[in-house]
Design a protein around this ligand. Sequence first.
Ligand SMILES: Nc1nc2c(ncn2[C@@H]2O[C@H](COP(=O)(O)OP(=O)(O)O)[C@@H](O)[C@H]2O)c(=O)[nH]1
Ligand SMILES: [Mg+2]
Length: 310
Amino acid sequence: MAGFFSRLKEGLNKTRNNIVHGIDSVFSGFSSIDEEFYEELEEILIMGDIGVNAANDILEKLRRQVKENHIKEPLACKDFLIQNMKEQMQVGETAYQFEQQQSVVLVIGVNGVGKTTSVGKLAGLLKQQGKKVLIAAADTYRAAACEQLTEWANRAGVDIITGSNGADPSSVVYDAVNAAKARHVDVLLCDTAGRLHNKKNLMEELKKMNRIIDREYPDAYRENLIVLDGTTGQNALNQAREFGETANLTGIILTKMDGTSKGGIAVAIQSELNIPVKYIGLGEKIEDLQKFDAEEFIDALFDVRKSDDV
Ligand SMILES: Nc1nc2c(ncn2[C@@H]2O[C@H](COP(=O)(O)OP(=O)(O)O)[C@@H](O)[C@H]2O)c(=O)[nH]1
Ligand SMILES: [Mg+2]
């Protein structure tokens, strides 16, 4: 199987074709650095969904660097641009404490973003690390949701707690939390139904699930991971802001980065939300989920590391 870094690189092919090739054509198309040069760069960054604010910050810094270093050649800016993109994505250290402690992870988001798939992949990843994993099927609205998650549990080789169709999602969470305690589970992953922030009852239900976990398992390390679909561009940012009003978001799973040319959204998310992207989805298979690292992401995007890592 291809290595970790080359899979990331391959997954980002469409985004590279969009952003990096655009940037390269600006570098080769201009013989000197002028206002128009910066404007074209800015347009490419914004079209690539890096976001207006982040694009402005990155280019403002670049202008300073060009002055300070007396740069005349457009191509001589490239390393600065890459570095600025990395710096724009800094959110402090991204902790994966939940992997080391007994923990409960609630996976939330709107419909179709990849919650169930990500729970399955994450279960597989943690199982591979030797963790005892349990999955809870707290999307009880559709029978198909439970079947889909059961398939993922089988694929990952982990146990699953389900409720009857139409059961209160909180009761499934309750059962799962108590099973996790009784079975000495390391990580309990709770899949939930898709919900929109303006559906008040569904947002109340989300609060209730959080309350039950806190009450039944106060010692557990807690994570609320929101799943965002990388192909939805700036909408993803809004979803995170809206869910953040109801739940204490501790991280983001950014999915479908393999199918989009707008992978620049990762830059916008890290730079505007100050919530770390913890995992990135690069396909539909169990091995297509990776821990996210901003440096590595930009290196893979610009194809600047030649060798593959572990
Ligand atoms: N290409 C690609 N497809 C994905 C990824 N994550 C999820 N999907 C697909 O997106 C669709 C919706 O996923 P699902 O997990 O059911 O979304 P949910 O409604 O949030 O639970 C499915 O067809 C998945 O196979 C990803 O990282 N890459
Ligand atoms: Mg689902």
